[in-house]
Design a protein around this ligand. Structure first.
Ligand code: ATP
Ligand code: CU1
Length: 783
């Protein structure tokens, strides 16, 4: 599949370049030549989009839990759509403000699961968004079903946006009044005042804050679900029934306070992502047809508009600079704090900050389609893909809750009946158990940790496409790296030109003719050098790219080849003298290509690429993290080894054809978990084959974001070790949270069994534990 994949994808790509050439590209701009697309577009070519051509081949790796296929990814990525068609089904996203706890998710899941016309559901608890894939006529039934659970689903408005999520501000004073009443009730009880007074105060307290709990609990019970509200309602009712007035009141108040704290902390996790959205300004200054400049809401700005941005201002949309020169702080997207120089022709991105001078640019994306919007949407999608730990916990909690409830039921009746225990005492213990039966803290611990991990990564310019990759990253044994553009800058320059016959200027223009038609970095270097030497590009016919070897074409009726050593042998034009010369150059780390006819080699061109300053440090860090490195390259063995030793890589495989890179990755996967990093364009098959595929320089390259499991927004290889460390940190927090959630339960369960547990403790064990795990997860935002 490799071969076909490459050719048809690359050929389409050159036609569909959506974005201008990447900003950092120093190579001179090419004339209006038709590019062949080459076998490989390297690092610096990350500006080439081609989302749609890539999409057809988008990997469908079963491992990552969320489907890459989908209907229209582009539409999918552009914010929340109202209802979009997905095959013969509809896909509707809705916001349900009351849905912020996993028990609510379970309720909805249970209700909708068996319903006719419902195919799939995706929950995003942190954003409180439910996405349902359903038969076109089933929407009303779905909405009705959700309403019957006591929820209010909100559909996006006409513009396709889900409104500006209004925060629910429940007034604080009823809860405060309830608290006072509960304390008063407790005090009356302590001071051995009249029972009726204590009871009255307790009822007031419960009425003041607990009615919602009761209502939610009742809906849950009616739908056969024992969520925390149901459990709390039963426990509090039970406590009232056995005359534990003050305790019932206190427990209800505590529960509500804790719920409030939990909701607030979850809000913070949610805002971690929203913070990114706010990075893009709401308006931008657009030139009107009459030449006036006017501030316009970014949503209303069409692609192709001319926008002006002053120094110090945030850029509102993606675009291509038309006038001006400035430096731009791209840290919001790439995590790299060093400003990037921008001049005419360079790309600018929404959310980044213009620093030095005024810029005018032509917009290349609508507000919902900018790189920043895609990042945010990808992270939001990544949350709904369940990480493995979460699946385990879901299974666990399905057993845990019924088991503890059953235990509570037994506890209430067996000891009094069998051993003659006191009824009230054992019923009380059973009630305590009921409250402990809620798995909420455990269930919430994973998603909230994963979300904060994803948000942390996004801020550093690391875009992770699913919680599963964040969890698995720590287990990588190997990292396979592409050479050109990944370890090196991917912008080689010609260092040697040696004629092997004929007159030099003519040779150089022949080579330039062939090279000028290719996007391959080696060709770019040769074409650039020829331009500098003021050689014309010879006119080429029947041009053809030979992936992994070079190019060929007919000039003045003569077939010519420009390609590597291997190609020279295929044509049988290599001589011992050439052999020696090539080896000498290659040992210095040069890539050498020859200009050849069918009979003989005419000239040789050596190019040298420079190693990125950050590569060596990144490789060192990876080794320190216990990850082995392997360089894969199409370049010859000598050059490959020379570069590998310059950056300190463990092992090298040179002279690989594109599809052999895929094989190399496949072989490695037999020896452990393998990550593969490349530019995500020409090495897409290898990236897909790896356990985790990293694409570099993803900013502005939609295809890289599509293909990779992890997209690094710039070219800094150090983001890989950063990702691994983050993955390990996330893992640590996950474990802490699970231990915390379970540990607290176990301790209080034991206390209760021995008769020392109280309802207060149970509330702490439940909602208190939830608060603790959420707060613990929030630490990751700062990590
Ligand atoms: N279009 C081309 N123009 C010039 N030389 C080419 C071209 N395509 C391939 N080559 C030669 O063949 C070699 C192998 O090419 P290939 O694209 O497979 O790998 P590469 O450029 O070395 O990059 P990487 O390190 O990413 O594998 C190149 O080093 C170059 O010498
Ligand atoms: Cu040779």
């Amino acid at each position: 599949m490799g071969d076909q994949f490459m050719s048809d994808e690359t050929s389409q790509r050159s036609v569909q370049s959506l974005h201008p050439v990447a900003p950092e590209q120093e190579a001179p701009v090419h004339g209006p030549v038709t590019r062949e697309g080459g076998s490989s577009d390297h690092g610096s070519c990350c500006g080439h989009g081609g989302a749609s051509s890539q999409r057809e081949h988008a990997p469908d790796h079963g491992c990552c839990g969320h489907d890459h296929g989908g209907s229209d990814r582009a539409a999918d990525l552009s914010g929340l759509q109202g209802s979009v068609a997905e095959g013969d089904k509809q896909r509707t996203a809705m916001r349900i403000m009351q849905m912020d706890c996993p028990v609510e998710e379970q309720m909805i899941r249970k209700k909708l699961e068996g319903m006719a016309g419902v195919e799939r559901m995706d929950f995003n608890l942190v954003q409180r968004v439910l996405t349902v894939v359903h038969a076109p006529d089933a929407l009303d039934t779905v909405l009705a079903a959700i309403r019957s659970l006591g929820f209010t689903p909100e559909l996006p408005d006409a513009s396709g946006e889900l409104g500006s999520k209004p925060e629910q501000h429940t007034p604080w004073w009823p809860l405060a009044a309830s608290g006072v009443a509960a304390i008063a009730s407790e005090a009356v009880h302590w001071l051995q005042g009249p029972v009726w007074l204590s009871a009255l105060l307790a009822v007031v307290a419960i009425a003041g804050c607990g009615l919602t709990t009761f209502r939610k609990g009742w809906t849950a019970v009616r739908n056969g679900n024992l969520n925390i509200n149901a459990l709390m309602s039963i426990a509090v009712t039970g406590a009232l029934a056995i005359g534990q007035w003050p305790e019932a009141a206190m427990v209800m108040v505590l529960f509500n306070i804790a719920e409030l704290i939990e909701a607030r902390s979850l809000d913070r996790a949610r805002h971690a992502m929203e913070g990114l959205v706010e990075l893009a300004p709401a308006t931008a200054t657009v030139r009107q047809p009459d030449g006036q400049w006017q501030a316009v809401a970014v949503e209303e700005i069409a692609v192709g508009s001319r926008v002006r941005v002053r120094p110090g201002e945030r850029i509102g949309l993606d675009g291509e600079v038309l006038a001006g020169q400035s430096s731009v702080d791209q840290a919001p997207i790439t995590g790299e704090s060093l400003p990037v120089e921008k001049q005419v022709g360079d790309s600018v991105y929404a959310g980044t900050i213009n620093q030095a001078g005024e810029l005018e640019f032509r917009t290349t994306a609508t507000a919902s389609d900018t790189t920043l919007a895609r990042i945010i949407h990808t992270v939001e999608e990544a949350q709904s893909a369940r990480a493995p730990t979460q699946r385990f916990i879901d299974r666990f909690s399905r057993i845990y809750t019924p088991a503890v409830v059953a235990l509570a039921a037994l506890m209430a009746v067996v000891p009094p009946l069998v051993a003659g225990g006191a009824w009230l005492e054992w019923i009380y213990r059973a009630l305590v158990l009921l409250v402990i039966a809620c798995p909420c803290a455990l269930v919430i611990s994973t998603p909230v940790t994963v979300v904060t991990g994803l948000a942390n990564a996004a801020r550093r310019g690391i875009l992770i496409k699913g919680g599963v990759h964040l969890e698995q990253g720590r287990r990588l044994d190997w990292l396979a790296l592409d050479k050109t553009g990944t370890l090196t800058h991917g912008r080689p320059v010609q260092t040697e030109f040696e004629a092997l016959s004929d007159d030099p200027p003519a040779l150089q223009s022949l080579a330039a003719g062939l090279a000028g038609r290719s996007d391959h970095p080696v060709s770019l270097a040769i074409a650039a050098a020829a331009r500098e030497a003021q050689c014309d590009e010879a006119a080429v016919e029947q041009f053809e790219a030979l992936p992994g070897r070079g190019v060929k074409g007919r000039i003045d009726g003569r077939m010519l080849w420009l390609g590597n050593h291997q190609l020279a042998h295929e044509l049988d034009v290599c001589t011992p003298a050439i052999e020696r010369r090539l080896e000498a150059l290659e040992r210095e780390g040069r890539s050498v290509v020859l200009l050849m006819t069918e009979q003989l080699a005419l000239a040789l061109f050596a190019v040298a690429d420079t190693v990125k300053e950050t590569s060596r440090e990144a490789i060192d860090e990876l080794h320190r993290l216990g990850i082995r490195t392997l360089m894969l390259t199409g370049d010859n063995h000598h050059t490959a080894r020379s570069i590998a030793s310059a950056v300190g890589i463990d092992s090298v495989r040179g002279q690989l054809m594109p599809e052999e890179k895929l094989q190399a990755v496949a072989e490695l996967t037999g020896q452990g978990r393998v990550g593969m990093i490349g530019d995500g364009i020409n090495d897409a098959p290898a990236l897909t084959r790896a356990d985790i595929g990293f694409a570099m320089g993803a900013m502005g390259a939609d295809s890289a974001i599509e293909t990779a499991d992890v997209a690094l927004m710039d070219d800094d290889l150090r983001k890989v070790p950063a990702f691994i460390r983050l993955s390990r940190a996330t893992r640590a927090v996950l474990i802490q949270n699970i231990v915390l959630a379970l540990g607290i339960k176990v301790v209080f369960l034991a206390l209760t069994l021995f008769g020392m547990g109280t309802l207060w403790m149970a509330v702490f064990a439940d909602v208190g534990a939830s608060v603790l795990v959420v707060l613990n997860a929030l630490r990751m935002l700062r990590a």
